[in-house]
Write a protein that binds this ligand. Structure first.
Ligand SMILES: Nc1ncnc2c1ncn2[C@@H]1O[C@H](COP(=O)(O)OP(=O)(O)O)[C@@H](O)[C@H]1O
Ligand SMILES: [Mg+2]
Length: 350
């Protein structure tokens, strides 16, 4: 029996061992590495998604039993290795042909990250730039709704074609996830899915790729920053202290990843009564600017609370299109110009 054939048999046997949490087999999940056969002793490595994998013992015993059952196997040695993509130097950047990739991030959810990402992309496109928009928030992919896109992308020459909305080419990680299905992907799975996805989409050659990241400093943000050479990140916060505390963590993460912070946006900054014109700082005011100063990053502007912003999101007509004269729309358009200017200055300075 040739060594190769025997290795193939080991892999075949392991392709029947199911990872108890992810319900797929170890081979499909690419968890089996370095199969070697030394004198009837089979050795292989199982790559775990986290060193603290609660299923480790169970996986080990089922894998061992499956291989021991092969004819001529005297013993099995399983080595574990955990692949946590945390060191940016270990993960290569991909070249997907976009001129500038701008991520939109926030310390927590519900602060208007997607709203700003969508309106930023549409503003840049309105100003004549070619823009693609990636909804990378796998936990809450609602950019298609905000862009009024119901259509799912199709494939052409094996490349996924983004869907057009308001002059922007849109792609959502949500298109990959069955509606209503819980997202149980753990770190390395998110990482490989994201990279595969980035590589398979026909992004064209846009001036800007705007990316709506998931909130916080989780795996998906980390993976994206490791996979793309990000031009910079725009951080969205609301004025109150809790949101701001989360923002400093975000900034620290991007600093560590060497992603330039293009600036901070204070969203839901204040409310102007449409009847009496009185301004109310519902969540306090000025925290974004103070924090930007403290963290030594640029402050890009304040976006007021306005029902037209929410209505624009719900109806798929971003406020910069539906109500371009509204103060909130103008604030976002100005932020878009600032972002574009910051990037062009950076490009000029090389
Ligand atoms: N400036 C604003 N004025 C009024 N509503 C807003 C504003 N910004 C966001 N919203 C609304 O708040 C909700 C949360 O915003 P969203 O962009 O989905 O947040 P995130 O992506 O951070 O979770 C949405 O219903 C959105 O329409
Ligand atoms: Mg969102």
């Amino acid at each position: 029996m040739s060594a190769n054939l025997a290795e193939a048999q080991v892999i075949e046997a392991l392709s029947h061992v199911i990872e108890p949490e992810l319900h797929k087999d170890l081979v499909t999940l690419k968890m089996v590495r370095d199969v070697r056969i030394d004198d009837e002793v089979v050795k292989f490595t199982i790559v775990l998604t986290t060193p603290a994998c609660p299923m480790k013992d169970e996986i080990e015993s089922t894998a061992r039993a499956a291989v021991m059952a092969l004819p001529g196997v005297k013993d099995v040695e399983v080595t574990f290795y955990s692949s946590v993509p945390s060191d940016p130097r270990l993960v290569g950047k991909m070249d997907i042909g976009v001129k500038n990739a701008v991520a939109v991030a926030s310390g927590k959810g519900g602060v208007g990250k997607s709203t700003i990402a969508v309106n930023l992309a549409v503003s840049l496109a309105n100003n004549g730039a070619s823009v693609s928009l990636l909804d990378a928030d796998i936990y809450g992919p609602n950019v298609p709704m905000m862009m009024g896109v119901n259509e799912r992308p199709h494939s052409l020459n094996n490349r996924i074609q983004p869907v057009m909305g308001h002059g922007v080419k849109l792609m959502s990680m949500g298109f990959l996830i069955d509606e209503g299905a819980p997202v149980i992907w753990r770190g390395p799975m998110i990482h490989s899915a994201l990279r595969q996805f980035l590589g398979e989409v026909d992004w064209g050659d846009p001036d800007y790729l705007v990316v709506d990241l998931p909130p916080g400093t989780g795996d998906a943000s980390l993976s994206l920053a490791q996979s793309l050479s990000l031009t910079g990140v725009v951080i969205i916060t609301t004025p109150q202290d809790v949101a701001l505390a989360d923002v400093s963590k975000s900034i620290a993460m991007f600093d560590q990843l060497e992603v330039p912070v293009l600036g901070v946006v204070e969203n839901m900054s204040y409310f102007t009564c449409e009847h009496c014109g009185q301004r109310t700082d519902i969540f306090g005011h000025g925290g974004g600017q103070a924090m930007a100063e403290r963290m030594k990053v640029p402050f890009l502007g304040e976006v007021p609370l306005d029902t037209v912003v929410r209505a624009g999101g719900d109806s798929g007509n971003p406020v910069v299109v539906s109500n371009p004269e509204a103060p909130a729309a103008q604030a976002i358009a100005q932020i878009a110009s600032k972002v574009a200017a910051t990037i062009s200055v950076r490009d000029l300075l090389g």
